[in-house]
Design a protein around this ligand. Sequence first.
Ligand SMILES: *[C@@H]1O[C@H](CO)[C@@H](O)[C@H](O)[C@H]1NC(C)=O
Ligand SMILES: *[C@@H]1O[C@H](CO)[C@@H](O)[C@H](O)[C@H]1NC(C)=O
Ligand SMILES: *[C@@H]1O[C@H](CO)[C@@H](O)[C@H](O)[C@H]1NC(C)=O
Length: 203
Amino acid sequence: MAPLQLGAVMLLLLLQASGVLSAYTNLPDVPPGIFNVSARIEIRSNKHAAWKALTDFPAYPDWNPFVRAAIMVSSGNATLRDQYPIEGRRLFFRTQIPALPMPVNRDTPDVEANTQYSYENVTHIQRKKGRMAWEYIGDPGLQSERWSAVSDIGHGKVLYESREVFHGPTAEYLKPLLGETLQACFEAQGEALKALLEECDTD
Ligand SMILES: *[C@@H]1O[C@H](CO)[C@@H](O)[C@H](O)[C@H]1NC(C)=O
Ligand SMILES: *[C@@H]1O[C@H](CO)[C@@H](O)[C@H](O)[C@H]1NC(C)=O
Ligand SMILES: *[C@@H]1O[C@H](CO)[C@@H](O)[C@H](O)[C@H]1NC(C)=O
């Protein structure tokens, strides 16, 4: 091999080893908090289908073992006719922490002791960039925003990423209590999204 070629191959190997090539992310840079939880998974699908699945809140109960209900609501908690997320509007969540075992459908019962409710404010809907975010509201001691992103990465695949960074005194308390469990919930949602999209792909 010519020295130049060899140099290029070695550079590539070095980049791979150092993780530079796998460091692509479509999540925005945000300041670190007390802790964060995240998911990152490649899915045999495309950005359009992944975006559709993530913004189709009425269908969440059919596939999502973590977020069992996601409902766009008014400030008075009435279900909005249009369920598509819009910045500044309120989102109601009923979650299972830890996540339910897979697979789930809309009839899968909650484990009552693991049910949590929260209200979120939709903060960013960036369809072209394939990014969306919402932040927890309701506890002045906790600031946490969850970003999710989908990107076409070639080879018929989409990359799904999600990360929530927790700030504030309540985050100090939550970290040892729920940090690892929430991390597993994010991963479970990623796996379930993959199962959903790859299953649709084959019919
Ligand atoms: C998330 O946590 C990881 C591991 O603790 C840390 O390296 C990273 O900087 C954190 N990122 C953010 C945005 O908080
Ligand atoms: C808000 O609405 C959701 C969804 O309809 C419902 O499950 C929840 O119980 C309501 N919360 C309150 C406080 O009424
Ligand atoms: C909700 O998010 C929007 C968009 O980022 C922001 O302008 C608004 O102040 C937030 N509302 C609340 C109640 O936090």
